[in-house]
Design a protein around this ligand. Structure first.
Ligand code: C5P
Length: 336
């Protein structure tokens, strides 16, 4: 795989997409945290239905972006959709793989969260930084220098420390979990780490090895996501949907989370296209620190400890170390 030339506008898009990802992840974390503290009355919204809503919104925005890319011509939009999606069933089917894996992953994370406390889950899930690097090397032929591997290890340690359990000011005492249940939780997170790395890198491979627009690709991914998501609604919540409808328990906060999640899918696609999955790991790690700090100053539901600060310093140092190696002329940086 030879390295495609990177134009100044692509390099600009790389930093813009990474910056937007930091903002999007930060707002998503804060909104979810806020929605947890703000427990309203009535039934809770169904997670499976929120997944489908986000997928629908994503498809709609992708359609608008393809429409925009084609000078707002309905005729061209129709042609592109027909030629790129309907007339190329094998190309479209390729996206069923990452889509199916992401669906499995989203469900595994539910299993993990039901069997493991949130902190252990968050800390263990950071292993995905390493699995992503391993898949990038084996599937994309990316080469990382010694400092870059080192920076990934530092990043993983740092973000694990940042998420290390602290005395919660809210005084929520965790419910005790059995050892067997914890093992199930840990296994679910470990499988999710591999699926996250594989699906992300597989999507990156498709985006970078073919000429199709990132929004058409995301549309294909979203269509499968919608099908898998609807299956999830019927399997998990069929009974409840029949009783109280698909949108039960939705409030403005639910719609905000749905919109942020849809935006997340779009931004992640742009980051994978213009930057890569490894840089995505750095952006999300930095945003976890940012959201924790905002949470401390604004929501006042977090008490930062020295472990948190040590972790934050490691994450920031790892980010510089990774970039430093990238600028060295002799270093074999990623080919993006
Ligand atoms: O934890 P991880 O970074 O693997 O999560 C990626 C998330 O982004 C998944 O929930 C997946 O559904 C979503 N995604 C998306 N569109 C893409 C790529 C990922 O919605 N093009």
């Amino acid at each position: 795989m030879s390295s495609p030339p990177v134009s100044p506008s692509q390099s600009h898009l790389k930093y813009v997409s990474l910056g937007v990802l930091v903002l999007q992840t930060t707002s998503l974390v804060l909104t979810m945290r806020y929605s947890r503290t703000l427990q309203g009355e009535g039934p809770r919204y169904l997670a499976s239905s929120a997944v489908v809503s986000a997928e629908l919104l994503k498809i709609l925005i992708c359609l608008l972006l393809v429409f925009y890319d084609n000078n707002f011509s309905i005729r061209v939009l129709n042609r592109v959709l027909k030629e790129e999606i309907l007339n190329k069933p094998m190309e479209t089917l390729k996206l069923a793989i990452p889509s199916g894996i992401y669906t499995l992953q989203n469900n595994l994370l539910y299993v993990a969260l039901s069997n493991l406390d949130a902190a252990s889950y968050q800390v263990t899930y950071q292993l995905k930084i390493l699995t992503t690097a391993l898949f990038s090397v084996s599937m994309l032929g990316k080469r990382l220098g010694l400092y870059q591997w080192l920076s990934l290890l530092i990043l993983m340690t740092g973000i694990a420390l940042v998420q290390w359990p602290t005395e919660s000011l809210g005084g929520i005492s965790p419910t005790p979990l059995s050892a067997g249940s914890q093992l199930v939780g840990v296994i679910a997170v470990l499988i999710a780490c591999f699926s996250s790395g594989f699906a992300g890198v597989y999507f990156e491979k498709i985006l970078k090895e073919t000429k199709q627009s990132v929004w058409v690709r995301n549309l294909q991914l979203g269509l499968f996501g919608l099908v898998f998501g609807l299956m999830g609604v019927f399997v998990y919540d069929g009974e409840r949907v029949r009783e109280s409808g698909v949108f039960q328990g939705y409030n403005s906060l639910t719609w905000t989370v749905v919109a942020l999640q849809a935006l997340g899918g779009l931004v992640i696609a742009a980051v994978i296209k213009y930057a890569d999955n490894i840089l995505k790991g750095f952006a999300t790690s930095l945003s976890i620190i940012l959201s924790t700090l905002i949470s401390y100053f604004w929501l006042e539901d977090f008490n930062p400890t020295s472990v948190f600060f040590l972790g934050a310093v490691l994450v920031i140092a790892a980010t510089f170390l990774y970039g430093y190696e990238g600028k060295m002329p002799a270093a074999s940086h990623s080919r993006v």
